[in-house]
Design a protein around this ligand. Structure first.
Ligand code: ZN
Ligand code: ZN
Ligand code: FE
Length: 696
C-alpha cells in the first residue's frame, strides 16, 4: 500500500544499521536493495519498527550486484498496478498533541495529518498516491511544510495531504475562519441549532439531544437511532455498559461507531431500544469542537431519507436541513460513511464496513483473473479480484433512488480507473429486478449470477480463508436474513446450505400486504396467525388473505422475527431494519425459559400454534431460543463445521446463544468478524464463489 510511511521506516532502519542501498515503490510492491550480508538483521528490525498502518504480505529475496555509498529513497516507478487504495485514517496521537500545543505551528490547525493519519480514500483522484493526484493539488505547500515533506526523518515525510494554518485548506463557518469558525459552530450547537459539519467522508448533522426531535423532522426519519459522539471513553462509560471488546473497538484507530447497551436516557437519539451507537472524535475538527464542550452530541450522516451522505458544501446549503454549515475548502472526491460495529462473543460484528476499515484488501498467494462483483441492493458494496488482491469497497448504501445508483456507478468507475482494472467477468445477484443486476448485464461481459444466500455463505468462507487462513472443504452454512431472491422465484431468507445445496429451509409462509408488510409488522403477525388457525386481522385483511390478493411466500427468518415481535406485543410497525430484532433482544430472559417444538425435516417448522397460545412476555425469549435450538439440531445432524451469516445474525443475543450451544457440543463454527455479516458482505461472496467454482 502507498501512503503508510513504509519507505521512511525502511530508510530509518537502514540508517540505524549503517547499511547502504535504496528503497523505492514499484508497481508490484516495494523494492529494497541493501549492500552487505546483514539481510536477516535488517528484516528482523524492520518487522519490529513497521508503521502502524503497514503490513508485509510476502517477501521475495534475491542476490544482486550493485554499488552504493549511502541509503536513499528513490522516486516511484510510474504505473499503478498492484498498489492498493488506503482507507481514511483517524488522527494519530502525535498530531493530536501538536493540535493542542500552543508552541507548535499547527496549533489548532483543524486539518492536521501526517504519514500515520489523515484522509486517503476520500481525497484520491488517481494512483500513484501523490499530492498531484489528490484533492490537495490546488493547495501549494509553504516553505516549512515543504521541508518536512521532503525530510525522511519527519513524520510528515511524503504525507500527501500535509498542510498548516498558513498553507492548508481552511475551515469556515459563515465569515469566520479556522479555530474561530469552530468556536462559533460550538456556540450555535449550544443554542440547540442543528449544524452541518464536514467530516472526513461527508457531512454530519450535529446537535444536542434536546434538538433530536427537530432533527428527525428535518431528516424525515421517525425512530431510526442516531449515533452519539462523546468527548472521551470515560464519558461513554458513565452512561453505557461497555465490555472490554467494545472498549477496544471504541478506542481502535479506525474510530467506528460502536453499538453498546445504554444505561438509560438518550431517548432522543435512540427511542425505545436499549442500544446506542457511540464513537469518539476522529479528526482535528471534532477534537477541537469537543475541547469546547462537556456534553455528548448527536452526530449523524447528513442525508435525506436514505440518499447517500452529502459531501459538498453547496449541496449541503441547498438542502437547507441544517441551520448553519461548518466546512473546509478541500473537496471530498468520494464520500465514505462512518463504520458501524458491535461486539459479539468477544469479536467485532460489522454492521457497516466503511471509514477506517474499507477499502478492505485481502492478499492471496495465488493470482486471480479480473472479476467485478456488484453486490445486492441493500447495504450495497462492490468487490473485485485482480492479480493477487481481492478488494471490498466501503459501504455504498441502499440502491433505491437515482442518487444512490449514481454513487454506485461512480465507485465502480473510480475503482476501475484507479486500479487500472477491466473486468473479464461480472458477478451479480440472481434477482432480475435489482438495479445492480441490470447494470452487470448491461456491461457486455460474461455475467455470473450467484443466489443471494449462497453469496452470504461464500462471503463468510472468503473471510475465513483470506483473513484467517482457514480452509474448510465442507460446511453447513446458515444464511438467515430479511430477503433474497431464491432459485424458485420466492423470497428466501431462512436457508441452510451444505456446499451449494439448499438442504434446509424454513417452511414458506404467506404474507399478505405486499411490500407494505415489511414495515407493517401487524400484517406479518396476522398472516402468521392466520396460517396457524388464529384470526387477528381486520375484515379487509381476511378477505385479501383468503383471495390471495397482494400476497407473497417467504422462508425469511427476518420476517418471522417481525411477526413474532408483533405477536409479543412489542411493535405494530417498524421504522428501520432490525428494529423488531432489537426489541426482541431487549425482552429476552434466558435459555432456561425453554423453546417451542419444531421439526427440521422435510422443512423447518416451528409450532407457531404454541407461540400464539403463549404468554406474550415469554414469546421473545422462546422464539429466539427456538431459532438457536434449530441451528444446534441441524449442526448435530450434519456433523460439519457451521457458518452463521446474514442480517438476522446482527442479533447479538441469537448469535451468542447459537455459538454457546455449538461450542458446548464441540462443533466448529464461524461468523464474519472482519467483513459485514449483512448484505454489505454479498459482493465479497460473489467474487469468492466465482473464484472457487473453477468457472475461470
Ligand atoms: Zn498524524
Ligand atoms: Zn504549511
Ligand atoms: Fe441478505
Amino acid at each position: 500500500m502507498q501512503g503508510v510511511g513504509f519507505r521512511p521506516a525502511v530508510w530509518r532502519v537502514a540508517k540505524e544499521l549503517g547499511l547502504c542501498g535504496y528503497v523505492r515503490n514499484r508497481s508490484d510492491g516495494v523494492e529494497v536493495v541493501i549492500l552487505g550480508s546483514r539481510r536477516g538483521e535488517f528484516l528482523e528490525r524492520l518487522q519490529k519498527s513497521l508503521p502502524q498502518n503497514a503490513r508485509i504480505d510476502e517477501i521475495v529475496a534475491q542476490e544482486c550486484e550493485e554499488e552504493f555509498d549511502d541509503f536513499v529513497i528513490l522516486e516511484s516507478e510510474e504505473g499503478k498496478n498492484g498498489t492498493l487504495l488506503m482507507p481514511d485514517l483517524s488522527i494519530c496521537e502525535d498530531c493530536l498533541k501538536e493540535l493542542f500545543d500552543p508552541s507548535d505551528r499547527r496549533y489548532r490547525y483543524p486539518l492536521i495529518n501526517c504519514t500515520n493519519c489523515g484522509p486517503r480514500y476520500t481525497i484520491i483522484e488517481d494512483l500513484p498516491y501523490d499530492r498531484k493526484n489528490t484533492t490537495m493539488a490546488p493547495f501549494a505547500m509553504c516553505k516549512a511544510c515543504e521541508t518536512e515533506y521532503k525530510d525522511p526523518k519527519s513524520r510528515f515525510y511524503h504525507a500527501q495531504p500535509i498542510g498548516c494554518n498558513e498553507c492548508g485548506p481552511k475551515v469556515r463557518f459563515g465569515k469566520l475562519e479556522g479555530f474561530g469558525a469552530i468556536e462559533a459552530a460550538t456556540e450555535a450547537i449550544k443554542e440547540d441549532k442543528i449544524v452541518a459539519i464536514k467530516g472526513v467522508g461527508g457531512f454530519h448533522l450535529v446537535c444536542r439531544e434536546s434538538a433530536a426531535e427537530e432533527l428527525r423532522r428535518r431528516k424525515r426519519r421517525s425512530k431510526k437511532p442516531f449515533a452519539v459522539m462523546f468527548g472521551s471513553i470515560e464519558a461513554i462509560e458513565a452512561v453505557c455498559e461497555v465490555s472490554e471488546k467494545e472498549r477496544e473497538l471504541i478506542l481502535s484507530k479506525e474510530r467506528p461507531i460502536v453499538v453498546v447497551k445504554k444505561k438509560g436516557g438518550f431517548t432522543g437519539a435512540a427511542p425505545d431500544i436499549d442500544r446506542l451507537g457511540v464513537f469518539l472524535p476522529y479528526s482535528g475538527i471534532y477534537h477541537l469542537l469537543f475541547s469546547l464542550l462537556d456534553e455528548p452530541l448527536i452526530v449523524t450522516s447528513a442525508n435525506v431519507s436514505e440518499e447517500p451522505i452529502v459531501k459538498d458544501e453547496d449541496e449541503m446549503e441547498r438542502l437547507g436541513i441544517a441551520d448553519a454549515v461548518l466546512f473546509y475548502d478541500r473537496k471530498i472526491e468520494r464520500s465514505c460513511d462512518d463504520s458501524v460495529v458491535a461486539a459479539a462473543e468477544g469479536k467485532p460484528l460489522f454492521y457497516r464496513l466503511s471509514r477506517g476499515f474499507a477499502p478492505k484488501s485481502f492478499y492471496s498467494p495465488k493470482p486471480f483473473p479480473p472479476i467485478l462483483a456488484v453486490g445486492a441492493r441493500q447495504k450495497n458494496t462492490i468487490a473485485f479480484a485482480k492479480e493477487r488482491s481481492i478488494v471490498l469497497s466501503p459501504h455504498i448504501g441502499d440502491i433505491k433512488n437515482v442518487e444512490s445508483f449514481e454513487y454506485f456507478q461512480k465507485v465502480v468507475d473510480d475503482f476501475g480507473r484507479i486500479y487500472d482494472f477491466e473486468p473479464e467477468i461480472v458477478v451479480c445477484d440472481a434477482h432480475p429486478g435489482y438495479e445492480t443486476t441490470q447494470f452487470a448485464k448491461g456491461l457486455g461481459k460474461k455475467v455470473i449470477e450467484v443466489q443471494h444466500h449462497r453469496a452470504h455463505v461464500w462471503a463468510a468462507l472468503a473471510e475465513l480463508e483470506l483473513e484467517h487462513g482457514v480452509h474448510w472443504s465442507e460446511w453447513v452454512g446458515f444464511a438467515w436474513d430479511g430477503t433474497g431472491y431464491g432459485d424458485d422465484g420466492k423470497i428466501w431468507g431462512g436457508e441452510a446450505f451444505v456446499g451449494d445445496e439448499r438442504r434446509y429451509r424454513f417452511d414458506y409462509f404467506k404474507i399478505c400486504g405486499g411490500e407494505k408488510a415489511i414495515k407493517d409488522t401487524r400484517l406479518q403477525g396476522w398472516s402468521l396467525a392466520k396460517a396457524h388457525g388464529a384470526q387477528l386481522g381486520d375484515r379487509l385483511f381476511e378477505v385479501a388473505y383468503e383471495k390471495n390478493i397482494n400476497c407473497f411466500e417467504t422462508s425469511s427468518v427476518g420476517r418471522l422475527f417481525d411477526a413474532a415481535a408483533f405477536l409479543a406485543g412489542l411493535c405494530e410497525k417498524v421504522d428501520f431494519d432490525g428494529e423488531a430484532g432489537m426489541l426482541m433482544e431487549r425482552a429476552y430472559r434466558g435459555w432456561e425459559i425453554g423453546h417451542y417444538d419444531f421439526t427440521i425435516e422435510p422443512v423447518i417448522k416451528i409450532d407457531f400454534a404454541a407461540l400464539l397460545r403463549d404468554d406474550k412476555p415469554l414469546i421473545p425469549t422462546r422464539f429466539i431460543n427456538t431459532l438457536a435450538a434449530i441451528i444446534l439440531q441441524i449442526a448435530k445432524k450434519e456433523q460439519k463445521p457451521v457458518i452463521l451469516t446474514g442480517g438476522v445474525f446482527q442479533n447479538v443475543t441469537l448469535l451468542s446463544l447459537a455459538v454457546k450451544l455449538l461450542r458446548s457440543e464441540g462443533i466448529p463454527y464461524f461468523f464474519p468478524t472482519a467483513t459485514p455479516i449483512n448484505d454489505g458482505g454479498i459482493a465479497l461472496g460473489q467474487v469468492w464463489r466465482a473464484v472457487k467454482n473453477g468457472v475461470i
